[in-house]
Design a binder for this molecule. Structure first.
Ligand code: C5P
Length: 218
């Protein structure tokens, strides 16, 4: 019997990462931030000078990624890249390389290896549809584009990074469109997924809703 999975998918900046990691903490489950893997491939490919359209080279790079997670930090090779993968530019690059089936295929096994006892909370775009189709609970977590842009704006400003709300909204809509329209594992509402609209919910309310839904599955 495989350990249980809670799959949380949704668009950019919907808050799914925050909600998913808190749900994992509450349940004592492992947490997979699948977007971080695409961001790592994006950063590595930029360092190696690989074009975002070079599917075969990107696939090979993704197969051989030297990554590790230690003490809340992410390492690529020996280098700490926790911050570097989070930039807007790298996020856009990630959404480009994520359209390549070779990259997606290379990351399937790695993502599934996070499914360990006592359970896993996984967030991304295709957790429920492709990676963990047998998840115990499938949540599609979303919020309006303007609510998401505002959240990201506040996050960046809080970190002392300057940002323009207008540019963020535009980036976000560009990424939404690409993530939803690509041929390989597009962001879709998976069969059996429950929609959680968070535009008017606090983080605590969203976390509690997911926990309540999970209780009612078992
Ligand atoms: O979630 P995050 O913004 O960190 O993801 C970065 C990019 O990686 C997304 O825009 C999306 O294109 C891609 N991604 C994906 N499938 C996932 C997770 C992320 O295609 N499961």
């Amino acid at each position: 019997n495989l350990p249980p999975v809670i799959a949380i998918d949704g668009p950019t900046a919907s808050g799914k990462g925050t909600v998913a990691s808190l749900v994992a903490q509450k349940l004592g489950f492992h947490y997979l931030d699948s977007g971080a893997l695409y961001r790592l491939v994006a950063l590595a490919s930029e360092k190696e000078g690989i074009d975002v359209n070079n599917g075969p080279a990107l696939g090979q790079l993704a197969e051989n990624l030297q990554i590790s997670f230690r003490g809340g930090q992410i390492f690529l090779g020996g280098e700490k890249v926790t911050q570097a993968i989070r930039t807007e530019a790298n996020g856009l690059r990630a959404s480009n390389i994520a359209t390549q089936p070779s990259v997606r295929g290379a990351l399937v096994g790695l993502q599934r290896s996070f499914r360990q006892k006592p359970g896993l909370v996984a967030d991304g775009r295709d957790m429920a549809s492709v990676i963990f189709p047998d998840a115990s609970l499938k949540v599609f977590l979303t919020a309006s584009a303007s609510a998401r842009a505002e959240r990201r704006y506040k996050q960046l400003i809080a970190k002392g990074i300057s940002a323009k709300l207008e540019d963020l909204l535009q980036d976000l809509e560009e990424r939404d469109a690409r993530d939803s329209s690509r041929g390989a594992s597009p962001l879709v509402l998976a069969k059996g997924a429950q929609v959680l609209e968070t535009s008017n919910l606090s983080i605590d309310q969203a976390v509690q809703t997911v926990l309540d839904w999970y209780q009612s599955t078992s």
